[in-house]
Write a protein that binds this ligand. Sequence first.
Ligand SMILES: Nc1nc2c(ncn2[C@@H]2O[C@H](COP(=O)(O)OP(=O)(O)OP(=O)(O)O)[C@@H](O)[C@H]2O)c(=O)[nH]1
Ligand SMILES: [Mg+2]
Length: 334
Amino acid sequence: VRPSELISGVLAGDRRAIARSITLLEDGDSAGWDVVRGLHSHTGHAFTIGLTGPPGVGKSTLVGGLIAQARESDQDVAVLSVDPSSPFTRGAVLGDRIRLSDHILDARVYMRSMATRGHLGGLSEATSLAMMVLDAAGKDVILLETVGTGQTEVEVAALADTVVLVLMPGSGDAVQALKAGIMEIPDIIVVNKREHPQARVLAKDLRSVLALDRERRGEVPILLTQAPTGEGVAELWTSIGTHRRKTEARGGVSIRRQAQVRTQITRAVMAHLAGQFEDALMTDACVQGVLVAVQNRELDPVTAVERIIHDVFGLGLEDASAVLTRRAATADGQ
Ligand SMILES: Nc1nc2c(ncn2[C@@H]2O[C@H](COP(=O)(O)OP(=O)(O)OP(=O)(O)O)[C@@H](O)[C@H]2O)c(=O)[nH]1
Ligand SMILES: [Mg+2]
């Protein structure tokens, strides 16, 4: 299929064209870049909601509830499930599919999972481009589910306009991560499995952690839900709407998007360059010569780094040593 056909297919909302385009992006296929180029001017409409949290807390079940809410207000929905730990899930995660099966026949709900295989820009780049495809396909709401509370997961969730952290009784590690500032404070926190006797204790702990954050104190709603019965889901939907209106009123959505664009692009540049230089380092004869010289103790490692920077970047030796000094200065500053 040619990129031009994929572009017109996506713009018409064709599911196969959407699926094919996202697969190209997962694979880092250059045809995918052409699709992005063609679709970009048709984006900017979709609102994205990120749900992140430890495994098994009920994210997918909540996503099912949120789909129902969006469909009640006659909006087109897409769901992207992103699993950073699993490079081999393509198309659909079966378990999620079963959980979301209520919506499987609805032509205005599109669901898929995504992962990447050795894609240089990484999962967050591929995900943000996939979101662009869904946006161009006319989706009003994109629900982005990521498993986990590590760096990559939070990075992916942060691509959303509203970030919802889902926890349940037993998610103490995540509370500690929030407390230690390792995990960024989300826009909304959900304590799911609220019928559990410890749910209220967790909500209380979270409130005391948030109280430590001067800037956002009192700003982050903590909601209790029971996803399978739908209890609290309407309130979550309302809360997401409130966050959306508040940030839009402050111009916050666009500011956030601007920040995302900057981060995304600089990261992508660095990732692609790093990949390219790694290849060069592995194959370049001069570089290999320098490495052998260090092994044989004919050359010290500092001079070796300077030489390689000189070779690969084509910088003068003095500039190469300035690169080293600058890096040392940055490291000291941290
Ligand atoms: N008791 C109870 N069980 C729930 C609740 N919400 C979800 N579950 C169950 O918890 C299990 C995991 O739910 P999922 O929605 O798949 O959780 P998830 O966070 O998407 O899981 P991963 O994607 O694997 O990280 C399922 O068996 C759900 O039926 C709840 O509020 N109460
Ligand atoms: Mg899930």
